[in-house]
Design a protein around this ligand. Structure first.
Ligand code: AMP
Ligand code: MG
Length: 357
C-alpha cells in the first residue's frame, strides 16, 4: 500500500510535469519567432524587409513602417523630386542659402565628412556630371556626353564650395549651376532609418536590404546571425541574380557598389554610373565590385561608392585606415579582403579567387 501510494504520488508528479512541459512546448510553438519577409520596388530598386517576430500582425506593422520610412527618404533625397529640399538647394545655387530641416542638414554634413575622408573620391556635388550621363532609370539614355560638356560640368563639382550654417540650418552652394546628388548614400541611409523605426517598435531582429545596401540587427530565429550574399558582378546568366560570396552580418551594415548595377556598353566599352570626380568619366580602376562593412549604412554606402575610384589595393588600405572592412573584386575576378574580414567571408563561386593580400 505504502509503496503504491508513493508510486501514485510520483506518478501524478510525473504526469503534472509532463503536462507542464507539453503546455510550455505548445505555448512555445504558438509564440515561436518566425521570419516575415516582403519585397517592394522603392527608391527605384528592389527593397526587402525581413522581420523576426512571433506575431504576424506586429511583423506586418514593422514592414509597413519600414517601407513608409524609405518612401519618405526617397522623396527627401531623390535628385528628381522637384519639391525636395535638395532640389531647392540646387535651384538656388549661386543665388542664396536655403533653410532646410535638421535631418537634411545632417545628411549633407555627413556626406561632406565622407568626401573629406576619401580625399574627394566621394563627392556629393557630382550632380552636374551625373545629369549628363543619364544613368538613372527615370532619365536613361545610353549616350556618351561630349568632352566639352563634361569639362564644363566638372567646373561645378567642388564639395568645398558647399556652405553649411548649423546655427540657421541653411545650406548654400556657392557657384551657380552647382548641384548636390546624394544617390551615393541615399540607399544606405534609408536602410539605417528603416531599421531604426523597426527597432523602436520593440522588434528584436530585422534585416533591411535596399538593393545592395543592407543593414541588420539581432539574430534569426535559429539564433544564427543573418547570412548575406554579395552579388556576382559577372554572372554566367545575366538574367538571374546570383551571389559569389557570403558572410554573416551581426548588428552591422554592408553596401555593394558595382559597375553592373547601372551601365551601358558602347563600342565594346562598359560605361557605368560611378563617376571619377577628377575626370567626369566612369571610374577606370580595375574594380568591378566593392562591398564595405561598417556600423551604419550611410557610411558603408558612401565608402563603397568612393572605393570604386581607387585601385583595389589602395582602397583596401584606405578602408583599413578608416576602421571599415571591405571586399573588392577586380576585372580578373581577383578578390581583395581587408585584414579584419579574412576567414569571415566565404567565396562560393570557383571562378573568384582570393588574392591573399
Ligand atoms: P552607389 O550605387 O551607392 O555606388 O551610388 C551610385 C550613385 O552615386 C550614382 O548613381 C550617382 O548618383 C552617385 N555618384 C556617382 N559617382 C559618385 C561619386 N564619385 N561621389 C558621390 N556620388 C557619386
Ligand atoms: Mg554608395
Amino acid at each position: 500500500m505504502r509503496y503504491n501510494s508513493k508510486f501514485k504520488v510520483q506518478n501524478s508528479k510525473f504526469i503534472f510535469t509532463f503536462y507542464l512541459l507539453l503546455f510550455t512546448f505548445l505555448l512555445g510553438c504558438a509564440k515561436q519567432d518566425r521570419i516575415f519577409r516582403e519585397s517592394r520596388i522603392v527608391m527605384d530598386t528592389i527593397t526587402t524587409i525581413n522581420i523576426v517576430s512571433p506575431s504576424k500582425e506586429k511583423a506586418k506593422e514593422g514592414i509597413e513602417k519600414g517601407f513608409a520610412e524609405i518612401k519618405r527618404l526617397e522623396k527627401l533625397l531623390n535628385y528628381f523630386s522637384p519639391d525636395s529640399e535638395i532640389s531647392a538647394i540646387n535651384k538656388l545655387s549661386g543665388i542664396r542659402p536655403v533653410k532646410v530641416s535638421k535631418e537634411t542638414l545632417e545628411i549633407i554634413k555627413r556626406s561632406l565628412e565622407i568626401a573629406e575622408a576619401t580625399g574627394g573620391a566621394f563627392n556629393p556635388t557630382i550632380g552636374p556630371v551625373i545629369k549628363l550621363w543619364r544613368f538613372s532609370r527615370q532619365d536613361k539614355a545610353d549616350i556618351i556626353p561630349s568632352e566639352e560638356s563634361i569639362r564644363d560640368a566638372l567646373e561645378l563639382v567642388d564639395y568645398k564650395k558647399v556652405r553649411i550654417d548649423e546655427r540657421t540650418s541653411e545650406v548654400f552652394l556657392e557657384m551657380k549651376g552647382m548641384e548636390l546628388d546624394l544617390g551615393g548614400i541615399a540607399k544606405g541611409y534609408a536602410a539605417d532609418r528603416a531599421i531604426d523605426v523597426i527597432k523602436e517598435m520593440g522588434i528584436k531582429s530585422a534585416l533591411v536590404a535596399v538593393a545592395g545596401d543592407i543593414k541588420g540587427y539581432g539574430r534569426r530565429p535559429d539564433q544564427m546571425a543573418w547570412n548575406v550574399g554579395i552579388q556576382d558582378p559577372r554572372p554566367n546568366d545575366e538574367k538571374r541574380d546570383s551571389v559569389f560570396a557570403t558572410l554573416y552580418l551581426e548588428n552591422m551594415a554592408i553596401s555593394t557598389s558595382g559597375d553592373y548595377q547601372r551601365f551601358f556598353i558602347k563600342n565594346g566599352k562598359r560605361y557605368h554610373h560611378i563617376i571619377d570626380p577628377r575626370t567626369g568619366y566612369p571610374a577606370e580602376s580595375s574594380t568591378i565590385s566593392v562591398s564595405v562593412i561598417a556600423d551604419d549604412g550611410f557610411m558603408t554606402d558612401g565608402l563603397s561608392t568612393a572605393m570604386f575610384i581607387f585601385p583595389p589595393e589602395r582602397a583596401i588600405t584606405l578602408l583599413e585606415s578608416l576602421g571599415a572592412e571591405g571586399v573588392i573584386v577586380d576585372r580578373g575576378k581577383n578578390v581583395y579582403i581587408t585584414r579584419g574580414l579574412k576567414g569571415k567571408i566565404k567565396i562560393i563561386n570557383e571562378s573568384y579567387h582570393s588574392t591573399g593580400s
